[in-house]
Every structure is written in C-alpha cells, then in structure tokens.
Design a protein around this ligand. Sequence first.
Ligand code: COA
Length: 197
Amino acid sequence: MGLTKTKPILLDLPDRFESERMVIRAPQWGDGAAVNAAVAESMESLRPWMPWAHHLPTVDETEADLRQARLLYLERKDLRLLLVHKETEQIVGSSGLHRIDWPARRFEIGYWVRSSYEKQGYITEAVHAITDFAIRELQANRVEIRCDARNTRSASVAERAGFTLEGILRSETVNPGGSLRDTMVFAKVRGFEYDQA
Ligand SMILES: CC(C)(COP(=O)(O)OP(=O)(O)OC[C@H]1O[C@@H](n2cnc3c(N)ncnc32)[C@H](O)[C@@H]1OP(=O)(O)O)[C@@H](O)C(=O)NCCC(=O)NCCS
C-alpha cells in the first residue's frame, strides 16, 4: 500500500536496527542519565551548532525530552534514533529522521557525536545505516542533510556518506548565537543517488 494513503501511525516499523559497530534505536524510558552524560561530555562541541545546547540540561529534563521523543516515534511524527555502541553499550551520539513529509516521503537526518567517539567514523556509519533504513523501511524518495555553511565537520559527513550538495540557502535561519546563517542542503534522491529498487 502506498504511504501517501497510509496514516503514518499505521506503519509497522522496527524501533531498532544495527550498523557494524552500533545498535541504532528509538529512545526508551530510562535513557535519560546515559544520554545526559554524553551531552555533558560534549557541550563545548555542541554549543555552536545545536540550538538546544545553550546550557546543560538536568537528567530529568533529558529523560523528559527522550520520553517525548519516544512518543513522537510511536506516532511516526519524528523519528529520533540513539546510537549505542555494541561493545561498550555507551551512547555514541544521537541522530534521527526529522521534518518528515510523509506524502512526499522526505526525511532529514540530524546528528551529533559524543566527544570521546568523534573522528572515528561513527556518524558516517550511522548516516549510511539510517539512510538505508529510510529507503528500505520508509520508502524514502528524498533524504536530506542540512547544515550551517560554516559547519565543515557536518558537511564532511554528508559528503563522505555520498550525499550531493544541491545548493546553499542564503540567510536561511539564525545560528544558536542569533546571527543569520547560510544553510547547505545535501540530499540523496531516489532515481539519482539510489536506484528505484
Ligand atoms: C558533525 C559531527 C557529528 C561530525 O563528527 P565526526 O566525528 O567528524 O564524524 P564521523 O563520526 O563520521 O567521523 C569522521 C572522521 O573520522 C575519521 N575516521 C576514522 N575512522 C573512520 C572510519 N572507519 N570511517 C569513516 N571515517 C573515519 C574520518 O577521517 C573523519 O575525520 P576527519 O574529518 O579528520 O577526516 C561532530 O562534529 C558534531 O557532533 N558536531 C556538533 C554537532 C553538529 O554540528 N551536528 C550537525 C548539525 S547539522
């Protein structure tokens, strides 16, 4: 049945899958402390780019945020995905499929990495696995990555994962510091970066 006519809440979706080194899964009740520790460790890297990282949340605030994210996952309104290391069982970072347009089957991947796991290819690995999930399970027609044009580390992830830079939207929004920013738009599109099958 085409997704265009299917209510998203009726979609049967797994809430976990795996990449080589990680379990990639929807948040669960009780993840708050582990995710909060990952955020606490990474605040300096997150603050310039993530609007929510202006101050370290309490564990209860993180727990509440993750419970809300789980509810949204179950409603298929927004698909937050935690990255959990298979061996250490630590939170490697967070990602997900956001700004969903179900009729068009368009999704945007977001991500951040825990500082002690950066520069080891975990986010590129997660982006590959999440893109495959979107194509296979959600029949995605278009998967986007958007980032501040000055965020070279994020743009490198998109390029390494095989996304095409489609353009740079000038003065598209504001950064966490309140200044206008240009936004790079990368995408993989059915029939272009991946096949119909
Ligand atoms: C953007 C962000 C997630 C990128 O993290 P990252 O660690 O550079 O990305 P990856 O996990 O894919 O690792 C890639 C790096 O590991 C290296 N690497 C090591 N082993 C690797 C492997 N097996 N596969 C791929 N890359 C590997 C790559 O060479 C690359 O390093 P380089 O950039 O020095 O060449 C991180 O900088 C971050 O969290 N920033 C703050 C939040 C943010 O900006 N989010 C994006 C908002 S749009």
